[in-house]
Design a protein around this ligand. Structure first.
Ligand code: MN
Length: 725
């Protein structure tokens, strides 16, 4: 079945006429373009009713042009709303390319909502309403969704029974309350009655029949009641409309259930509504006075929602009076503007604001209007409620995610699987080792999005760690992780303290608590806890800490001996020197002026009686000698042994810190497997001086090791052990 071009022309004309009648401004080009686009996109699709699919988006657009009139963009989105989900030929990008970013975003939101609800059992409707709001960045997503839902409910009879039940339940629990929150009174009533008919057909038909039977009787009574009021209002010269208020079946049903009373008692409550064609709210009060002059009011049944509007901006005066035959009649008095806002909410709101041609502006005004209500509302609880309900839409600082069973959890923006795990139960949080988001394994620091379904993987051996604090968002997760870390640290501190005390006993040392404090500060710990836990972790070598001062004293007495010991070992470790390229068995002597050691560039001076004296090439004393007796200078080299190395000594100075020794040795050893012969570090107060002897292949090797050591944090200087300086 197809739509002919002739009939499509008529449909487009109908839609445009409705737009021009009801919208503040009609963008004909946009609506025509969306109309043609949707017509082609849906040309091969049919609805469950066997009608061409296009009749659905067309009807949705028409609702948006007549019943919830907002703007041209909403009407266009009504036409386009099912294209992306129904036909993979048209990805979102195509919509965006043809209609721009705004419309693209709205269509995307509508598509997301559709998938959000697919296959999930509804169990927390309030949360679902919030979830819906959180994926809704543009208020028009909800407006179009309302129209879509309304048309689907009006044509629900073509679907299978299961689907009908699900959609009706969703409508009653989610869309009708949400419509009420948006102030869309008329939409709310219709959605409720349509859903009621699906969910409880028996009760629906029963109430409908009874209302019809009583209709004539009712209308007569209302006329009798209204006649004196009509007369008085005419005398005042007011323009108005008076009617017996249409009773909605679902509200009658709900009252019957709530009050546990039969239909007759509920329905005998008469109600009329007076709508004044005036912009002056004082005419409402005058009218109210006129009614009270004719019938006696019940003093405790007056509600002035004009002075104090309801949270959804509903305005009206409600009063209950005693009518003919002593029957109670509720009278509602409002202006036309108040009435339209009560029926159409957001959609009607722009009509009564200045600068009504600009949608963005009217949206802003809507937002401001909500803020006004919030700020001017005296009741704190009510205020909080309104903020809670609207802030998701306005500020989006929360996300809504699901458990594998479909339960909904509310979390702050940027929450991670760890936050989710702690939200479920502390135990789950403590042992969470991994997570699946939408069936895919993800890292624990993954940021969750609204609508995600999360499954936590736990392991008995897993525990919280410090890193988690870098990414958890909820205060519950934060405090639980902190508490665990502190508990773990307590154990370490106690163990460390025990080790420390045992060690003192063994070494027969006594430390006052003041001295322990001082020692831990000297070793650069912030506090004793850190000091003890460092001992427990094996990061602090107690032998070193407790013996260092005595060694230092020894060495400090005679630094020359230390060098001479070193030089002796170094000079003999590689074998004999090579003179003029030959092994030359002869007595060597190392000059005291420059103290050459293996690795230095050296020359020999043939002395009288003392054999060959070895000097560094750049020795100043040698310079004088070689000028006077150049013939006595011979070329000397340190012996070259394959794979062997020579020993050098280094002096390190710097600031002391725990773990420094380890860092120094690691830095040396990790470079080309350099071997260390000995290493010692002495600390005094917060500074240290250390010496290292190590094997190097050549000078370049040595220099590179020295460069590495200089890069260690806290080391000021690295020098070769060299007595010539
Ligand atoms: Mn649809």
């Amino acid at each position: 079945m197809n739509i002919t071009s002739a009939s499509s022309k008529i449909l487009l004309e109908e839609l445009l006429t409705n737009c021009k009648k009801n919208l503040p401004a009609t963008d004909e080009k946009l609506i025509e373009k969306a109309f043609d686009f949707a017509l082609i996109a849906h040309q091969n699709d049919t609805r469950a009713s066997n009608e061409p699919y296009f009749t659905h988006p067309f009807s949705v657009a028409n609702i948006l042009a007549t019943e919830i009139p907002f703007d041209s963009v909403s009407v266009a989105c009504g036409l386009l709303h099912d294209i992306v989900e129904d036909n993979s030929e048209y990805p979102l990008e195509t919509i965006q390319k043809n209609f721009g970013v705004d419309i693209g975003l709205i269509v995307d939101g509508l598509t997301k909502i559709k998938y959000l609800f697919k296959g999930t059992e509804i169990n927390q409707s309030e949360n679902y309403r919030k979830l819906l709001m959180s994926v809704t960045k543009d208020i028009r997503v909800i407006i179009v969704k309302f129209a879509d839902r309304l048309h689907n409910m009006r044509t629900i009879e073509f679907l299978n029974p299961d689907k009908r039940k699900r959609i009706a339940k969703e409508t009653l629990e989610i869309y009708a309350p949400l419509a009420n929150r948006f102030g869309l009174g008329k939409l709310k009533w219709e959605l409720e009655d349509l859903a009621f008919k699906e969910l409880n057909k028996q009760a629906y038909e029963d109430i409908k029949k009874k209302i019809n039977i009583k209709r004539g009787e009712r209308e007569k009574y209302i006329d009798r009641f209204s006649a004196p009021i009509v007369k008085a209002l005419n005398e005042y010269g007011f323009k108005f409309e008076i009617s017996g208020r249409a009773k909605h079946l679902y509200s009658v049903y709900r009252k019957m259930i709530k009050r546990n009373k039969p239909f007759e008692e509920i329905y005998d409550l008469f109600a009329i509504r007076i709508i004044l064609d005036s912009t002056d709210r004082n005419t409402c009060y005058t009218t109210w006075g006129i009614v009270n002059g004719i019938y006696i009011p019940l003093p405790d049944r007056l509600k002035d929602y004009i002075a104090i509007p309801k949270a959804n901006n509903y305005q009206s005066i409600h009063t209950t009076v005693v009518g003919p035959e002593g029957k109670l009649v509720e009278v509602q008095v409002r202006t036309r503007q108040m009435h339209e806002i009560a029926e159409q909410g957001v959609a009607a709101h722009w009509k009564y604001k200045e600068g009504k041609t600009h949608v963005a502006q009217s949206m802003n005004q809507y937002v401001n209007w909500i803020r006004d209500i919030i700020e001017n509302s005296a009741d704190d609880d009510m205020r909080k409620n309104i903020i809670d309900n609207f802030k998701l839409n306005l500020y989006s600082d929360e996300i809504y995610v699901f458990t594998p069973k479909g339960d909904l959890k509310r979390l702050p923006l940027n929450s991670t699987p760890v936050d989710f795990a702690f939200d479920i139960h502390s135990k789950v949080g403590h042992h969470c080792i991994g997570a699946k988001v939408n069936q895919k394994i993800v890292p624990l620091d993954t940021i969750l999005n609204s609508g995600d379904q999360i499954e936590i993987i736990t392991s008995k051996n897993q525990h919280p760690n410090k890193n988690w604090l870098k990414f958890v968002r909820t205060s519950k997760a934060k405090s639980e992780v902190r508490r665990w870390i502190n508990k773990e640290e307590d154990i370490l501190v106690n163990n460390g303290k025990e080790i420390w005390e045992k060690k003192l006993k063994k070494m027969k040392l006594v430390f006052t608590s003041q001295e322990v404090n001082k020692l831990s500060l000297n070793l650069k710990y912030d506090n004793l806890r850190q000091f003890y836990s460092s001992i427990a972790k094996g990061k602090l070598n107690l032998d070193e800490v407790l013996t260092a001062p005595t060694e230092k004293e020894k060495k400090a007495k005679d630094p020359v001996t230390e060098f001479e010991n070193f030089a002796k070992i170094a000079r003999t470790s590689g074998g004999d020197l090579v003179v003029n390229g030959e092994d030359f068995k002869m007595m060597f002597n190392y000059s005291k002026c420059c103290n050459p050691i293996p690795g230095d560039h050296v020359v020999g001076y043939i002395s009288t009686g003392e054999g060959i004296k070895i000097h560094r090439k750049n020795c100043k004393t040698l310079l004088h000698i070689s000028e006077r007796e150049p013939e006595k200078i011979v070329m000397v080299e340190w012996p070259k042994i394959e794979g062997s190395s020579f020993i050098v000594g280094l002096i390190l100075k710097g600031e002391d810190s725990p773990g420094l020794l380890n860092e120094i040795s690691h830095s040396i050893v990790s470079f080309q497997n350099t071997n260390i012969k000995s290493i010692s570090i002495d600390t005094r107060d917060s500074t240290f001086e250390g010496s290292v002897t190590l094997y190097v292949h050549d000078l370049e090797h040595l220099f590179r090791v020295m460069e590495r050591l200089k890069k260690i944090k806290g080391i000021y200087s690295v020098q070769r052990m060299d007595m010539s300086v």
